[in-house]
Design a protein around this ligand. Structure first.
Ligand code: PEP
Ligand code: CO
Length: 452
């Protein structure tokens, strides 16, 4: 029997609503052909994994675990390479180790990868030197090059996005199941340039302490600790390009409902989270846990409507609210939003994305974010939840394991002038390796202050 949630929902019901941020494909037949192709391809994830993640998120909502969600702002086909994928996993592993140790709790790792190919844009078009072309909307839709051919939405790119997601996931799964994730061999997660970092010593002290604990347990029990030998990485991306999400949403034998099997945790972005529009219509019917970005334009009453719509039965682990309010607004906005959800009596998982509300442009127009603002928003998120009798159950970052210079500040004191040295992001500025690790230590410091 269909749940009340899905009685008036179908996989295509979003098509009757207004869908924002969608490309206009020039050739309907080519679009249909690509969608038919993707619909016939095997799923990227399984319904069991999706349900397992829901259970983990339910625990995080109860304060028994902590969610670390992080990765690229936008993946690119060109970066579907071993080095990029492994360095991203390494920094997520290092951060999660610091958090596990420092927070004394299990950490659920969810990557912004294996499908993060579609980007919302503030304008449909971009004008350069008098020429106007469609905006770049992510590799799944068009190319970055400023030419008519590259910017034309090409449905075949959905097939390529599926393939790149699958190649990425293949490596992630193989590494997670193999020796890479063995806690007794943390040297596998070291990054080449790491020893030059002022944080390396603090990090290695934690690694040594964990190694000692494992040796001690082995001595006491006489057994290898199998359970620590593998780690899980779940995947997530913004469910933006609805025809693609629909093509990867499937029913499965012996289970009710429709699962998005293109990712474990799809989220609805800030620009497409209107209760009456297509993205929420799509998201409200699927069985996956769902993320919802909560921006400064969110009102308590709209948030209540969204929570009721996306999670009518208050299902444990179903809804993750990702606040991205900005360091200057969070203190004003978050308390009323937290109270609104408490009013409903729903147990959602609140996490903080301190990146997207803190983007600024330098004088020459480069997009950047300041480490202090990012950390400031995060610390305030911890404080607001504590003050409201709620709690912050996780964090969401745009980061890379590479040594880029996109965000200002951090222990190494990157300045505006440093940005040009290694600015690689094509969309939003990411924390580099060192800034990410520092962020993990800072979270621990804040958490311990609160729980002293
Ligand atoms: C993003 O997460 O890359 C993004 C665009 O975020 P938001 O929807 O919160 O602006
Ligand atoms: Co972004």
């Amino acid at each position: 029997m269909a749940s009340p949630q899905t009685q008036d929902w179908s996989l295509r019901s979003w098509r009757e609503k207004d869908a924002l941020q969608q490309p206009t494909y020039p050739d309907d037949a080519a679009l249909d052909a690509a969608l038919t192709h993707v619909s016939g391809l095997p799923p990227l994830v399984t319904s069991w994994e999706v349900e397992n993640l829901k259970t983990e998120l339910a625990r995080a909502a109860q304060g028994e675990q902590f969610l670390l969600q992080g990765g690229e702002c936008a993946e690119s086909f060109a970066d579907c390479r071993a080095e990029t994928i492994t360095s991203r996993l390494k920094i997520l592993m290092q951060m999660s180790l610091v958090l596990t140790y420092g927070l004394d709790t299990r950490v659920v790792r969810v990557g912004r990868f294996a499908g993060q190919y579609a980007k919302p844009r503030s304008s449909d078009t971009e004008t350069r030197d008098g020429t106007t072309l469609p905006s770049y909307r992510g590799d799944i839709i068009n190319g970055t090059e400023f030419t008519e051919a590259a910017r034309r939405p090409d449905p075949q790119r959905m097939v390529e996005a599926y393939a790149s997601s699958s190649l990425t996931l293949n490596l992630v799964r193989a590494l997670a199941e193999g020796g890479f994730a063995d806690l007794r061999h943390p040297e596998y997660w070291d990054l080449d340039f790491m020893d030059h970092s002022p944080l390396a010593e603090e990090y290695h002290a934690i690694v040594d302490a964990i190694g000692d604990t494992l040796d001690f347990l082995k001595t006491v029990t006489g057994e290898e600790l199998d359970s620590v030998q593998t780690v899980t990485f779940y995947t997530s991306h913004e469910a933006l390009l609805l025809p693609y999400e629909e093509a990867l949403s499937r029913t499965v034998p012996h289970k009710e409902g429709v699962y998005n099997l293109g990712t474990h945790l799809p989220w609805v972005g800030k620009r497409t989270n209107q209760p009456e529009k297509a993205h929420i219509e799509y998201a409200r019917g699927i069985e996956n846990p769902v993320g919802l970005k909560v921006g400064p334009d969110m009102t308590p009453s709209r948030l209540k409507t969204l929570v009721r719509t996306l999670d009518p039965e208050d299902e444990p682990g179903k809804l993750t609210l990702i606040s991205r309010l900005g360091a200057d607004a969070i203190g004003d906005k978050l308390p009323a939003l937290v109270r609104a959800v408490q009013d409903l009596g729903h147990s959602v998982l609140w996490i903080a994305d301190p990146m997207h509300g803190n983007t600024e442009k330098t004088e020459d127009g480069t997009k950047t974010r300041r480490f202090d603002k990012i950390l400031g928003e995060l610390e305030q998120a911890f404080d607001v939840h504590a003050a409201e009798g709620s709690h912050l159950g996780g964090v969401h970052f745009e980061l890379t394991g590479e040594n880029v210079t996109e965000c200002i500040g951090g222990a190494r004191g990157l300045t505006v002038d440093d940005l040009e040295n290694a600015y690689k992001s094509r969309v939003d500025p990411r924390l580099n390796y060192e800034q990410s690790l520092e962020m993990a230590f800072s979270i621990v410091r804040k958490y311990r202050q609160l729980h002293r």
